[in-house]
Design a binder for this molecule. Structure first.
Ligand SMILES: Nc1ncnc2c1ncn2[C@@H]1O[C@H](COP(=O)(O)OP(=O)(O)O)[C@@H](O)[C@H]1O
Ligand code: SF4
Ligand SMILES: [Mg+2]
Length: 318
């Protein structure tokens, strides 16, 4: 196991009240695994990613009792300077949401590699250049041509591949990719997802792949965690979750996507609405809601080695 997130809660303390963006989230990540975290916008995915990167800033706060173990060490109890020096980018790197805009248009692509290396204490320019070229090749870019180019000369898909190459520069054990292909057209998405799978196979790097698109999660990952309103609703092997979703929200996500729903006549969007603050957060949108769903919040039940937070599985209480 490379990562264990335990009882992670993150809130944003706003003037008008507290937003509980991540609530009591617990999960493991195995070495070499690609795990998808999926959920609609606002479900807490980026906040979860930022917590693992220790990048939660005011008014956000990681609540007491939260633990994040990376190779057995609780990184939340490390001194921030130690975390930045020893872990960030070198062992855990990331591809942030809307990352294409994070490239500097006045700097050549290769200089982004030097910059990243230097800011993490690696100063051997020749070595960085060699590695950068290898990595650009790995993401199927021409290392010489693209290395010399400025970001504005590249397409969105090329920029995204540069960012992925950059995230690999210091040979991390874990990469957190937040909506890494979301802004791209479907053909480019597929191409980049293939590249990411390939990198995972070749290097053995573990990946947390965050997306709002369940068809992308189905394609890239071996396991899926479904989040809603900051909480885990369902977790299981990708094949099983897609073939037989247990949670009504997961079923809704699958039924609203044409590419993984073979029966086009059954495509049906989920009823619109906000997360309910009482009872099951999904109760006001759920077709299967029962009386109890409005009154109390369901715990997580274990069902055949899968986890689901829904009263429909109440007899299987863990
Ligand atoms: N910096 C912030 N300040 C205040 N609220 C925030 C901040 N970042 C996220 N939130 C809130 O936290 C919740 C989860 O957001 P986020 O983690 O970005 O979700 P996702 O990535 O799934 O779209 C949302 O209600 C969002 O408005
Ligand atoms: S607990 Fe109730 S409202 Fe929530 S998903 Fe299950 S059936 Fe629907
Ligand atoms: Mg996000």
């Amino acid at each position: 196991m490379i990562l264990r997130v335990e009882n992670l809660s993150v809130s944003y303390y706003m003037e008008y009240g507290k937003i509980e963006a991540v609530k009591n989230v617990t999960f493991d990540l195995e070495k070499g695994e690609i795990l998808s975290i999926i959920g609609e916008s606002g479900s807490g995915k980026s906040t979860l990613a930022k917590a693992i990167l220790r990048a939660i800033r005011y008014p956000g706060k990681i609540e007491e009792g939260s633990k994040i173990f990376f190779n057995g060490t609780d990184i939340l109890s490390m001194k921030e300077s130690d975390f930045k020096r020893e872990i960030l980018w070198k062992r855990i790197s990331y591809v942030p949401q809307s990352s294409q805009n994070s490239l500097n248009n006045t700097m050549r692509v290769i200089d982004h590699f030097y910059d990243t290396a230097v800011s993490h204490g690696v100063n051997d320019k020749e070595e960085v250049k060699r590695t950068a070229k290898e990595l650009l090749k790995m993401v199927r870019l021409d290392p010489d041509r693209v290395g010399k180019a400025y970001p504005f000369q590249l397409s969105g898909g090329m920029k995204q591949r540069v960012i992925i190459a950059l995230s690999l520069l210091l040979n991390p054990e874990l990469i957190i990719m937040d909506e890494a292909v979301s802004s791209l057209d479907v053909a480019t998405q597929r191409y980049i997802l293939e590249i990411i799978k390939d990198i995972n196979k070749k290097t053995g790097v573990s990946i947390i792949f965050i997306t709002h698109d369940i068809s992308i999660a189905a394609f890239i990952s071996s396991r899926i965690i479904v989040m809603y309103a900051g909480e885990i609703m369902e977790e299981g092997k990708t094949e099983e979750v897609i073939k037989n979703p247990l949670h009504p929200y997961t079923a809704g996500l699958i039924n609203s996507v044409p590419s993984i729903n073979s029966n086009v006549s059954q495509i049906k969007p989920i009823k619109e609405g906000y997360a309910s603050i009482e009872g099951c957060p999904f109760n006001n949108r759920c077709e299967k809601a029962m009386e109890i769903c409005k009154l109390s919040e369901p715990p997580i039940y274990n069902v055949n080695n899968r986890k689901v937070r829904c009263f429909l599985y109440g007899d299987n209480k863990a």
